[in-house]
Design a protein around this ligand. Structure first.
Ligand code: PEP
Ligand code: MG
Length: 571
């Protein structure tokens, strides 16, 4: 038995059998066969199962993503029933007396090559359809699972090299009890999504896909970052107990659900949540969130085949605002790029996507996309307490341009007779070190700051947040990070503005006392972190923590900072 360690990405304990979501090994041996009828029968059976699977996937896609998305699978189903493809495979088995795998591969490759060579783009896309479908049929011939998150219909723990944000969005919480991946860190988007779905997760195990076989029993300990493969009776009992203890702990936290967040010496701070979809709002309210501090709107744009319309976006924003009532909702404009791709935008591949054409950079160039989003937001503004912020702002000029477009669209809407709120605060995310350094200059023009430490740390430490090999450099308590954060908070306060934080650091139990002492006004975190944070803050003295500020900023290492805080706060 082999137990693995990784990064605790979403708390809770999951116990279920493994479902491997990885490209299966489809290698096979080409063989001569005597009984061609049996081979044809095997082929037909594999075709039949593939069709049933695709019907199911199509239906799931229709329900969760809409008709248009489901059409991709109709095309795949057509391929599977096309006699022009199927007959030659059967003929080849008979005439060449080869196994079904070999015949399928030969004939499919011939069609794939033929379609790929065509001028017409539509026909070239058919090559991709045949490729996809052939893989599925091949997997059934070889009796290996061809994974698809949409097909999961029993309780499992999902195992994958990594999960893309759209894979994660497809996971059905009813069946997916947890997940664990080879790569990724606490701030990779799969980890962030796991927290909003409240699914226990351990990421960055490096080897889980190699160690675990289909149907192995697994325990995912998202509290301590461990994965236990085929646990003994004793281990099972221990973890069932841990699962129960965690459930009880949650009940204790829940007692503070409707309480404000006030430190032991009377300072009020706001604990708000990060969300990705309107459906996440239920979790925010259930976990006592005092608002939404970061609505990552890019999920509206993902898992689709084209850009969302203005009306579609308006409905999503309105839904979030209405559900939150008077509570503040900070919406971040589109932050695509980095690890979040939109295939239909067909952006050229980049060497360093996190340093490339993403977020506000893309929006300012593609202002057609940006204006649509701004209009949808402005139209929704009368339904609640909306604040808007722009991601990845590196220069004041970018902020000014983005704000000008917002104001232009506001005028346009007003001229069209549409009512728009006049009290929308406009802020920026501070995720780029240069912006944190000259926060004083920004503070004169923005209404608020929200510090995005997931990116701020990766850029300050020059360590890719997706790469677990450099995850040791993801150091939220590094004095350089504290110094930047302090600079932003001081700059905001000097201009009478507020400073929040929406990076994962805001929900971290070592960082919380530091941030409270530095004077952070708003902490935005995964909904499930809110109640533990409120419980913690209730017992902290802000004045005492503030008195440590100079000492902390003068420290040399993150370890020193951590040890100091642990000692002062008994952690
Ligand atoms: C951040 O960078 O800290 C942040 C909150 O944004 P994202 O994680 O979506 O990049
Ligand atoms: Mg970011």
């Amino acid at each position: 038995m082999n137990n693995l360690s990784g990064i605790a990405a979403s708390n809770g304990i999951a116990i279920a059998k493994a479902y491997i979501l990885a490209a299966p090994d489809l290698s096979f041996e080409k063989k001569k066969v005597e009984n061609t009828a049996t081979e044809i029968e095997r082929l037909n059976k594999a075709l039949e199962i593939s069709k049933q699977e695709l019907e199911k996937i199509k239906e799931n896609a229709r329900k969760s993503l809409g008709d248009e998305h489901a059409e991709i699978f109709s095309a795949h189903l057509l391929v599977l029933s096309d006699p022009e493809l199927i007959n030659p495979i059967q003929d080849k088995i008979k005439t060449d007396q080869v196994n079904a795998e070999a015949a399928l591969e030969d004939v499919a490759n011939m069609f794939i090559d033929m379609f790929k060579a065509m001028e017409n783009e539509y026909m070239r896309e058919r090559a991709a359809d045949i490729q996809d479908v052939t893989k599925r049929v091949m997997a059934h011939l070889l009796d290996v699972t061809f994974p698809d998150p949409a097909l999961i219909d029993e309780e499992v723990v999902v195992i994958a090299e990594d999960l893309t944000p759209s894979d994660t969005a497809q996971l059905n919480k009813q069946f997916v009890k947890g997940f664990t991946t080879n790569i990724g860190g606490r701030t990779s988007h799969s980890a962030i999504m796991a927290r909003s779905l409240e699914i226990p997760a351990v990421v960055g195990t490096k080897t889980v896909t190699e160690e675990v076989k289909k149907d192995d029993m697994l325990i995912v300990d998202g509290i301590d970052g461990k994965v236990i493969i085929n646990p003994s009776e004793e281990e099972l009992a221990t973890y069932k107990q841990k699962q129960e203890d965690f459930a009880k702990q949650k009940e204790v936290w829940a007692q503070l659900k409707d309480e404000p967040t006030i430190s032991a010496d009377g300072t009020h701070v706001e604990l708000v949540a990060n969300i990705g979809t309107p459906e996440d709002v239920v979790g925010v309210l259930n976990n006592g969130g005092e608002g939404v501090g970061l609505y990552r709107t890019e999920f509206l744009y993902m898992g689709k085949s084209e850009l969302p319309t203005e009306d579609e976006q308006f409905e999503a924003y309105k839904s979030v605002l209405e559900q939150m009532g008077e509570k503040p909702v900070v919406v971040r404009t589109l932050d695509i790029g980095g690890d979040k791709e939109l295939s239909y935008l067909k952006l050229p591949e980049e060497m360093n996507p996190f340093l490339g054409f993403r977020a506000i950079r893309l929006c300012l160039e593609r202002d057609d996309i940006f204006r649509t989003q701004l209009r949808a937001l402005l139209r929704a503004s009368t339904y609640g307490n909306l604040k808007i912020m722009f991601p990845m702002i590196a220069t004041l000029d970018e902020f000014r341009q983005a704000k000008a477009l917002l104001l232009e669209e506001k005028d346009n809407l007003k001229n069209e007779g549409v009512s728009v709120s006049d009290d929308i605060e406009i802020g920026i995310m501070v995720e780029i070190p240069s912006t944190a350094v000259i926060a004083r200059q920004f503070a004169k023009e923005v209404d608020f700051f929200s510090i995005g430490t997931n990116d701020l740390i990766q850029y300050t430490m020059a360590a890719d947040r997706m790469n677990e090999r450099v995850s040791y450099l993801y150091q939220p308590y590094h004095p350089a990070i504290l110094s930047l954060v302090n600079n932003v908070i001081e700059a905001a306060h000097a201009e009478g503005k507020w400073a929040g934080m929406c990076g994962e650091m805001a929900g971290d139990s070592i960082a919380i006392p530091i941030l409270l002492g530095l004077g952070l006004d708003e902490f935005s975190m995964s909904a499930t972190s809110i109640l533990p944070a409120r419980t913690q803050i209730k017992d902290l003295s802000k004045d005492e923590l503030a008195s440590y500020k100079d000492q902390l900023l003068a420290m040399s290492t993150a370890d020193e900072v951590e040890a100091f805080i642990r000692e002062k706060t008994n952690q």
